[in-house]
Structures are given as C-alpha cells and as structure tokens.
Design a protein around this ligand. Structure first.
Ligand code: GRF
Length: 210
C-alpha cells in the first residue's frame, strides 16, 4: 500500500456518464491511490449525476446562465474545486469549453478523453468525422488539457480498427469500450504519481524512459 496522500479526483460530466461509470467501477475494484470525491455538471439533468448519487459521491451543479460571463462561471467552479481540495479534474463528456483563466490555473491538472487519435478529428464529432472520412484506423486519446481544443500533451492512445462492416453505431460502441479501459488506466498512473510532463511529451514512469 502506498503511504502517499490519496489524490482527490473530480469528474466533470454533462451527459450520459458512461466514462464516469467506468472510472467508478475501476476505483471500486482496484487499489488506486485516489478517491473520486466530486462529480460536477453544468447540466442538472445529466444522467451522470444519478450515477454519482448511486455511489454516494458528492455532486455539484452550476448552470452557466446564472453567471454574467464564462470566466465568472469558471471562477465559481474553481471555488468548488478549491473547497473540495481537488488534485485532478477529469473531463468526461463535459460539453463546455473551459476559460483560459481556468485552464491556466489548473495547468497539468485537467485530463480529457477524446474519441479519435489526436491530432486527427478534433472537436465535437470525433467518431463520426473519422468514420465519414473513411479511415481504417481510429482510436482514443487521453490527454492533459491546455489552452487549445483537444491539443494538450498526450498521456495514452489506443487504436481502434474500422472494418468494412462497421456502421457509425458499431464504431461508437467499439470506441466507448476502449475509452472505458484507457481512461481509468491514465487516472491510475496519475494517482501513482507516474506522469512526468516535458513540454508536449508525457512520460509514464516504470513503462517509459525519463
Ligand atoms: C465520450 O465519447 C468522450 O470521448 C467524449 O464524450 C463522450 C462522453 O461519453 N469526450 P459519456 O458521457 O462518458 O458516456
């Protein structure tokens, strides 16, 4: 058992929350040096919130329309992050862009998952865009968040082959299956203090050379 203090994790989710479910499951079944202490959403109707409640995880909802500007909104979120002493913010289908103020404040402490092999197919429709393009290999990327969309240092990537018989929905299913393994793995490395960031490169100690 590690004697390092447990990392305090928050998941930000706006929707369904299947990645949140996979993270909860992983944390419950494995000895991870971390604790998921907060689920935050901008959307009071997000099914992700119900998953959190079912697992006795604290939830918080703030709606952007109640704030004068995006930065004011993000400052209120930062106050919640502070109050809950969060080490790592995990974006899992969080549909709002974070302000540059927020991203700078939590530099190297925000992770995101994207359903393509970045830097290909950035943006909201990574799976469909790759499918429509006719790629034969796509995949999943877990990365740290920086000031540009789907751009920060890459922690893990995993390829997903696209077969002749795939439809958009069968490809989505394959991608989500991979996401649900890759995200917990990356979070596990963070909790074990195994991620070293050197400019754009993330080195996983014990697997990759520093
Ligand atoms: C995932 O495909 C993730 O890659 C993207 O948003 C989706 C969230 O799905 N960023 P869920 O809410 O975790 O089911």
């Amino acid at each position: 058992m590690s004697h390092k203090p447990l990392k305090r994790l928050a998941v930000f989710a706006s929707g369904f929350g299947s990645n949140l479910g996979a993270i909860i499951d992983y944390m419950e079944k494995n000895s991870v040096n971390g604790s998921l202490v907060l689920v935050f959403s901008n959307n009071p109707k997000a099914p992700a919130l119900n998953r959190a409640v079912q697992h006795n995880i604290k939830t918080c909802v703030l709606e952007p329309r109640d704030y004068g500007s995006r930065e004011e909104y993000d400052r209120q979120i930062a106050a919640v992050v502070q109050e809950n002493k969060i080490d790592l913010i995990i974006l899992a289908g969080y549909m709002l862009l974070l302000s540059s103020w927020f991203v700078e404040k939590y530099k190297n402490r925000i992770m995101n998952i994207h359903p393509s092999l970045l830097p290909a197919f950035k943006g909201m429709h990574g799976i469909k865009d790759a499918f429509d393009w006719g790629v034969k290999i796509t995949g999943v990327t877990v990365h740290f968040v920086d000031g540009k969309l789907d751009h920060g240092p890459i922690i893990l990537q995993k390829e997903v082959p696209v077969s002749q018989s795939d439809t958009l929905s069968s490809l989505e299913e394959k991608i989500h299956k991979v996401e649900h393994v890759l995200y917990p793995e990356a979070i596990g490395y963070y909790c074990q203090d195994r991620l070293r960031i050197k400019k754009r490169k993330v080195i996983i100690t014990g697997i990759e050379k520093e």
